[in-house]
Design a protein around this ligand. Structure first.
Ligand code: FMN
Ligand code: SF4
Length: 439
């Protein structure tokens, strides 16, 4: 059998340790205060009962498997006795069905043992995390509706009870009130935020300034951030237009205040309204229907996607904070246009209805999600793109038998690969028939 990586030799491990010492020395010169040992990947693989098959002094017994982890800690201390050391402790977790999740780390009992040893070795804090090498990035970066909030809660408590140094964890801790409560309840001492800080890097500043209402909460869609790094692109965020563009997108003050009309009260229109209001412009949002948030109202209907509503609540607070005028049930027209210096069109997309004989006997997926019509019985969903697939999720949860017909050779092509397995599992358990390459 050919391996695409070779087993690391003892000489290579020594070389890595020496480079770690050099790297820490450079980090100190650069002003770094804390070094986190990445206890996953190489270090975690060596610690792992599952991955580590070595027969030398780094394999076999628990003591041998954790040897390199301790040598990494010593290599950091060789560069500085003062630097604060955090240790990312990857845990192979037990799932409700008894199966183990993750390979590059230790099961809880051994993780507790290692945590105590790390404390004895002078590690200052421990970061509790789900072990990697699971085969699905969604296991460590769970998308909306696919895992509970603070999913490492139990493991975190167990490690905290075993040591006296500060403990942190990360993972679906979206709400600052929850983050604070978990600290007060003694679950951890420090909260780790991944995606929430991509959606809003100023969370802490806003809390300090008592501007909680301005916090933009991540919706855990994995679209901009996780999908992009998986596709080897740079990180972006569907809610934060500055993310990934910090070097060139700045909200500047204009030389003259304009009267701005925003046509369309969906998310794009409301984000444009927010930026114009921060710039100091006089903004009015025109929305022809009786409610704001456009397609988000139907996109958030499938049960798994309810977390999208966090962005509705965000804009509700933003509109209030910046006193942005909103005119509902108002169609923008020429006579209104003459009152404005600038008009921003953000009317969104419309649904296409292909000319197929008999289409008049079908119902529109947007109307189904919007609860305007209720199909029944055996249902065929024509088109297995995002909307078709999510409409199917909605329908099977209401007990209907569904068949999806899709022209392409796969369904949900645009869906995040982190979410797709959850959808496909649900389709399997609800006996959804999927006909790809069908018209
Ligand atoms: C874009 C992105 C890149 C990440 N890269 C790493 C990484 O290199 N190493 C790591 O241990 N975790 C990485 N993570 C996982 C985060 O550290 C964190 O465990 C995960 O996102 C769950 O926390 P959250 O719900 O606060 O986002 C990454 C997460 C995201 C979204
Ligand atoms: S792209 Fe989605 S998951 Fe990623 S940070 Fe933005 S809102 Fe959160």
């Amino acid at each position: 059998m050919t391996h695409y990586i070779n087993e690391v030799t003892e000489e290579q491990l020594k070389e890595i340790l020496s480079k770690i010492t050099d790297c820490v020395k450079r980090a100190i010169v650069a002003g770094v205060d804390v070094i986190e040992v990445y206890g996953d990947r190489l270090v975690g693989s060596l610690c792992s009962k599952i991955i580590n098959k070595r027969t030398d002094e780094y394999g076999g017994s628990f003591e041998n498997r954790i040897k390199f982890a301790l040598q990494v800690v010593e290599a950091i201390k060789a560069a500085s006795q003062e630097i604060t050391i955090d240790y990312k402790l990857p845990i192979v977790t037990k799932q409700p069905d008894g199966t183990l999740l993750g390979k590059g780390g230790l099961e809880l009992a051994e993780a507790i043992k290692l945590a105590k040893i790390l404390e004895e070795h002078g590690v200052h804090m421990i970061h509790v995390a789900q072990a990697n090498h699971t085969g699905n990035i969604n296991d460590t970066i769970p998308a909306m509706g696919t895992n509970k909030y603070c999913f490492m809660l139990d493991e975190c408590k167990a490690i905290k009870n075993a040591v006296s140094i500060p403990i942190s964890t990360v993972g679906r801790i979206v709400d600052y009130k929850m983050a604070e409560k978990l600290i007060n309840d003694g679950v951890y001492d420090i909260v780790g935020l991944g995606r929430p800080l991509l959606a809003d890097p100023d969370i802490i500043k806003k809390l300090e300034n008592k501007q909680e209402q301005l916090i933009r909460q991540c919706i855990m869609c994995n679209k901009g951030c996780t999908d992009d790094i998986q596709n080897r692109k740079f990180i972006s965020c569907v809610l934060n237009p500055e993310n990934g563009y910090e070097y060139k997108r700045f909200i500047t003050k204009p030389s003259k205040i304009h009267k701005v009309a925003i046509v369309g009260g969906g998310i794009a229109g409301l984000e444009a309204a927010r930026v114009c209001a921060i710039k100091g412009h006089d903004v009015t949002v025109y929305e022809k229907s009786s409610r704001l948030y456009g397609q988000l109202n139907i996109a958030s209907v499938p049960p798994r996607k309810e977390e999208m509503n966090r962005s509705k609540l965000y804009y509700e607070r933003i509109l209030k904070h910046y006193n942005i005028k909103v005119l509902l049930n108002t169609k923008f027209n020429k006579s209104l246009a003459i009152n404005y210096d600038d008009i921003i069109v953000a009317v969104g997309a419309t649904n296409a209805h292909p000319k197929i004989k008999g289409i008049e006997n079908s119902v529109d997926s947007w109307d189904v999600l919007d609860n305007k019509v209720e199909p029944y019985g055996k249902i065929v969903v024509c088109g297995g793109g995002l909307v078709g697939v999510e409409t199917t999720e909605y329908l099977i949860n209401r007990g209907y038998e569904v068949t999806i017909v899709e022209m392409l050779n796969e369904i949900a092509k645009e869906e995040s690969k982190t979410i797709l397995p959850t959808i496909l599992n649900s389709f399997k358990s609800h006996n959804v028939i999927i006909l790809t390459s069908h018209k």
